[in-house]
Write a protein that binds this ligand. Structure first.
Ligand SMILES: C[S@@+](CC[C@H](N)C(=O)[O-])C[C@H]1O[C@@H](n2cnc3c(N)ncnc32)[C@H](O)[C@@H]1O
Length: 295
């Protein structure tokens, strides 16, 4: 079975969860030092982890059991979440037509994806801000994704009824996103402090490129927002120029950014962002909206 069908949570009994919570730090959370991993993995190399054949093979109820308690029989609808025509309801400041996203009705679907989520700090904060949205962190490094799964389990145990809407899975997001998400499914995608791959010959390993943006546009809803941030100026320019060059994305205005409660979290909630802030480092962000194609 694919990782997405397990989420790392299946089979963990309450007592094991309690042991985990007790074995963690004084806050009952797992300790990062037990989940040390190499600083980087090569996203172009083959890794050995299960991947679903397509989104309907993903059993998200293993990730979000509290959300699927009452409608398990409806989960396999297999319908795309959003088609372009249905979602057009208002105009942005730039004049682009964007949707307001309705509350989930019968079949909850993952709407936010934190790509390269690292230790999961953003998910934990977003969980509270958007308690009705399902969100998943996708992380290439095995031990790091294990840490995030354990962190979420411990939080669920400690704060009963909370953190049920976040999960993490190990995957290579450069290769497999369409295996997890349908056309138009995601309302927010995050690429926060991605690996810079400084050398020119390694630029093809970067997680933002024209080819990958086309893939992200496919799985994003019209009006969905893509958030990128880095402390590497050259990578910041790279991400911005790639987004500017892509016909299916447009930048948010300063007024829109000022209103968006997520923008501050890009630095304050992520482990990398906190590190940069501690060192008084600069950050470079590019935040764009998925727009409909002109034709
Ligand atoms: C520098 S860290 C940033 C972590 C987190 N976003 C933050 O801001 O604290 C980049 C993360 O992306 C992960 N990563 C790199 N390439 C990836 C890929 N192709 N798919 C999924 N995760 C990836 C790395 O393992 C690493 O944990």
């Amino acid at each position: 079975m694919a990782d997405c069908e397990d989420g790392g949570f299946k089979g963990k009994r309450r007592s094991e969860q309690q042991t985990l919570a007790q074995g963690g730090n004084q806050k009952g959370l797992p300790r990062k030092r037990f989940y040390r991993a190499r600083a980087h993995s090569n996203p172009l190399s083959d890794s050995y982890f299960p991947v679903p054949n397509n989104p309907s093979d993903c059993d998200w109820k293993e990730h979000f059991p509290a959300f699927f308690k009452d409608n398990a029989s409806e989960v396999e609808s297999g319908k795309p979440a959003n088609d372009e025509a249905k979602s057009e309801v208002r105009s942005s400041e730039s004049g682009a037509v964007v949707p307001s996203f309705p509350a989930e009705k019968s079949v909850p679907k993952v709407r936010f994806a934190d790509i390269g989520c690292g230790f999961g700090g953003l998910l934990v904060k977003l969980s509270v801000l958007y308690p009705d949205k399902l969100m998943v962190g996708m992380e290439l490094r095995d031990k790091v994704s294990e840490y995030v799964k354990e962190r979420i389990l411990a939080l669920r145990l400690k704060y009963s009824g909370q953190y049920e809407n976040i999960s993490c899975l190990r995957t290579n997001a450069m290769k497999y996103l369409p295996n997890y998400f349908e056309k138009g499914q995601l309302e927010k995608m995050f690429f926060l402090f991605p690996d810079p791959h400084f050398k020119e010959k390694n630029h093809r390993r970067r997680i933002i490129s024209q080819a990958l943006l086309a893939e992200y546009a496919y799985i994003m809803a019209i009006g969905g927002i893509i958030y990128t941030i880095t402390d590497v100026e050259e990578l910041g320019e790279w991400m911005k120029s790639n987004l500017d060059a892509h016909p299916l994305f447009e930048p948010l205005s300063e007024a829109e950014l000022a209103k968006d409660p997520v923008v501050d979290l890009l630095t304050s909630a992520t482990e990398e962002g906190q590190k940069v802030a501690r060192n008084s480092g600069e950050t470079y962000r590019a935040i764009y909206r998925r727009i409909a194609s002109a034709v």
